[in-house]
Structure formats: structure tokens, C-alpha cells
Design a protein around this ligand. Structure first.
Ligand SMILES: [Zn+2]
Length: 97
């Protein structure tokens, strides 16, 4: 096999909204947030400030982990679960503002 997957990385694998890790510079809180194309500022859920920095993407897992389909599936399930929680939380906030 001479296929180089790093060069022909399929972009279509990410079909859902990107979930990124952030860290708040103000209070040090680390969190994950969905980033919509229209969203320009991310607020820290702990202190509500926009002074956050993006950490390495949740998709940047180690090469070893990538090789294991089982680990990948488990991680994706985890991310999916957290995303559902985030979406539910956001919906809650929207309804209670
Ligand atoms: Zn904060």
C-alpha cells in the first residue's frame, strides 16, 4: 500500500459543526464550544468574557489513537455526547434569557 492519507485527507469526514477547545485568558477556565461561521466571539462560560484562546482542535488526536478505529469511534461518541449537552445548554439559555 502506498496511499498517503495525510496528503489525501478527506475533508468530508467533518460533516457536523466544528467543536473546539478554548481556554479563557481571564480565569483560566477550559471549555469546548461550537463555532458557527457567523459567530465571531466566544464567551467564557465561567466568567462571560470574550478573552479566550483556541486550543488545538479536538480532532487533533494522536496518530496512535487515529490508527485505532475503536478509540476513534469511542472518542467521536464522547464528542457527540458533549455536543448534545452543549446544544441543550444553549437552548436552555436562549429560553431563559
Ligand atoms: Zn473565564
Amino acid at each position: 500500500m502506498s496511499e498517503d492519507f495525510s496528503r489525501t485527507a478527506p475533508r468530508a469526514t467533518i460533516t457536523h459543526m466544528p467543536l473546539y477547545d478554548f481556554r479563557c485568558r481571564a480565569c483560566g477556565h477550559e471549555f469546548e464550544a461550537l463555532v458557527r461561521p457567523t459567530e465571531t466571539s466566544i464567551l467564557c462560560p465561567a466568567c462571560q468574557r470574550a478573552d479566550v484562546e483556541r486550543l488545538l482542535s479536538a480532532f487533533a488526536v494522536s496518530t496512535d489513537e487515529r490508527r485505532s478505529a475503536a478509540a476513534k469511534a469511542s472518542r467521536e461518541a464522547q464528542i457527540r455526547g458533549r455536543r448534545d449537552a452543549l446544544v441543550a445548554e444553549e437552548e436552555y439559555r436562549r429560553n431563559h434569557d
